[in-house]
Structure formats: structure tokens, C-alpha cells
Design a protein around this ligand. Structure first.
Ligand SMILES: [Cu+2]
Length: 335
């Protein structure tokens, strides 16, 4: 036994608890809030830094005073009772006014940021309608005539205005590196405007409990360089090639099953209850960021989506293994 393992159980328990606690302090995680990649996120980190440093300074001061008090007024055998103070007007005023001043100092940058981030979107902003569904995200680009799910593409350097709407329950759009949390409320149109500044992939997550698969309601924002974004838009608009072989079998199955009632594949169906699958093969994840979009995962999903995602609103339609694989081959061909 070395000196780490020989400690008392309480010490060991405390050390063990420290590991997950400090693990939460990682800086550069996919959902980091401290590495901003948009003007909006930068503003928020700025306020966050002001408040953190102010709080750290105050904490230091309080701990220092506390330490002095603990040492100076230590109880001991025969120690006299220190002078007792009651109803000291100056002290009472002091500890009322000091926190009020702290709040005032915090409120100034906070209000500035609230107003700056709520400003009307600039005219050239790219409009996206974001619909939060139980438990996936739909992204429609009304000015471009395209729609996708769970993976939002945006061009770097151009403001984007997201109109947040919801058909079912309250969700919350949260992509920490790009924008603050904003609720998606049925019957309301909330708005979030930001300019992504650095190309890359950013993870997001529904941040308002919305039912059994709330934790499985992830999303990704893929910020493309402007030319790459144009290329992505063109690919979304292109008519998918006529499939052949296994993919053609899959297409026939898709077209003859209930899939068409819920999913849109341009030229084939116009369902609106599930994600648009017109270019499903170009998405990198399946089921709102749960697993990579691979033929095996898609085949397992279309056979029994509930096995992966509890509560899912897509039914199992009794496809055989072979049929599921054919459907997966077809869906993956939709680039
Ligand atoms: Cu949720």
C-alpha cells in the first residue's frame, strides 16, 4: 500500500469525488461554453468573464476576512467574550449597499449584451426556421427552398437569423459555441441572431426537458466556408440520381410503405411528421446525433427505431433484415 491507498476511507472517498468534479472542468470539450465561435458567444463569454473575476475577487476578500476572524477570535479556555455588536446602522447600510453595487456593476454589461444580441437582424442575414420536435430538430431555409434535420449548415462570416418554432412541447436551442440558449415555444416565434466566425462543427443539445428522449435530442451546426456552403446548397437542391440494384429495391420498399406518410424525399413523398430524407445520405449522424450514419445503423434503425431511441415517434414497420438493408442502401445513396 502506498500513501494514496492507505488513507482513511473518508479521504479516499473525497479524492474519488474530486475526479468527476474536476472532469467537468475540461476546457476544450464539444459543448464548451468558453471557446466562442460567433459574435453572440463572444459577448456571452465576455459577461461571464466579468462576473467570474468579480465573484473570485469577492470570494477572496470574504475568505481572507473570515480567516482573520477565525484566528483572532478563536475560542479557548479562558478567552474573553469579544465585544458584541447589535443594530449597527453603518454596518447594516454597508452590507446592503455593497451587494447592491455589485449587482449594479454586473447588470450594466449584462443589459448591454442583452440589447446587442436582441437587435433586429441585418438585411443580408440568412434565414432559417428551426423546429424543435420530440426528439429531433428540423431546419428549413425558406429563402433557399431546402430543408434538413439535426445538422444545420451555415456559412461562416454571414449573419444567420434562426426563427425558433415548435409544433409540440417546449424545447430549447443550445449550441454553446455559437449562441446562447433560447427556448423553442409552441405558438411563439422566438429569434436568435448570430454570425458564425470560424468554420467547423459544433455540437448542440436540447436544453429544456421535453420528454423521455430529451437527452437524445442533439444537433450539430456545421459552419462552412462560403464556397463550401454554396456547394452544400446546390447538392441539397439537386435531384437525387435514379437508384439501381439494391438501392432500387429499397426505393420501391420505401415508396410502398408508411414511410411516405411521414417523410419527404423530393419527387417521391411529402410527409412532414419525420425528418426530410431527400439528402439523408449526406448527413453524418442518425437520429439527432445519437449514432454515426452508417448502413448498418440505418438498417437497424428502420427495422426497430425504438431499440435505439426510447419513446421515438417512428414506428417499427416490420421490415425483414433483408428489406431493412435494401432501404438503408437506398437512403445512403441520397447524397
Ligand atoms: Cu428537450
Amino acid at each position: 500500500m502506498n500513501r494514496w491507498t492507505s488513507g482513511r476511507p473518508s479521504v479516499r472517498a473525497a479524492l474519488a469525488a474530486l475526479v468527476p468534479t474536476l472532469g467537468g472542468c475540461a476546457w476544450d470539450t464539444p459543448m464548451t461554453t468558453v471557446i466562442p465561435r460567433s459574435d453572440f458567444a463572444r459577448e456571452i463569454v465576455h459577461v461571464y468573464a466579468i462576473i467570474t473575476w468579480a465573484a473570485a475577487g469577492i470570494a477572496l476578500l470574504v475568505f481572507a476576512v473570515l480567516a482573520v476572524v477565525l484566528v483572532r477570535f478563536r475560542a479557548g479556555p479562558g478567552a474573553p467574550l469579544p465585544a458584541q455588536t447589535r443594530g449597527h446602522t453603518l454596518l447594516e447600510l454597508g452590507w446592503t449597499i455593497a451587494p447592491a453595487l455589485v449587482l449594479l456593476v454586473i447588470s450594466i454589461p449584462t443589459l448591454q449584451v442583452i440589447f446587442r444580441t436582441q437587435a433586429a437582424p441585418p438585411a443580408q442575414a440568412l434565414e432559417v426556421t428551426v423546429l424543435g420536435h420530440q426528439w429531433w430538430w428540423e431546419f428549413r431555409y425558406p429563402t433557399l427552398g431546402i430543408a434538413t434535420a439535426n445538422e444545420l449548415h451555415l456559412p461562416a462570416g454571414r449573419p444567420a437569423v434562426l426563427r425558433l418554432e415548435g409544433p409540440d412541447v417546449i424545447h430549447s436551442f443550445w449550441v454553446p459555441q455559437l449562441g446562447g440558449k433560447r427556448d423553442v415555444v409552441p405558438g411563439r416565434s422566438n429569434q436568435l441572431t448570430f454570425t458564425p466566425q470560424v468554420a467547423g462543427e459544433y455540437w448542440g443539445q436540447c436544453a429544456e426537458f421535453c420528454g423521455v428522449s430529451h437527452a437524445n435530442m442533439r444537433m450539430r451546426v456545421i459552419v462552412d466556408a462560403p464556397a463550401a456552403f454554396e456547394g452544400w446548397v446546390a447538392a441539397q437542391r439537386a435531384t437525387p440520381p435514379e437508384p439501381s440494384g439494391r438501392a432500387a429495391e429499397g426505393k420501391a420498399l420505401f415508396a410502398s410503405r408508411a414511410c411516405v406518410g411521414c417523410h419527404t424525399i423530393r419527387g417521391i413523398s411529402a410527409g412532414v411528421l419525420g425528418p426530410d430524407l431527400t439528402t439523408f445520405g449526406s448527413r453524418r449522424t442518425l437520429a439527432a446525433g445519437m449514432v454515426p450514419n452508417t448502413p448498418a445503423n440505418v438498417a437497424a434503425w428502420v427495422q426497430n427505431p425504438g431499440a435505439l431511441k426510447p419513446g421515438v415517434k417512428m414506428p417499427a414497420l416490420g421490415l425483414t433484415d433483408d428489406q431493412a438493408r435494401a432501404v438503408a442502401t437506398y437512403l445512403e445513396s441520397l447524397q
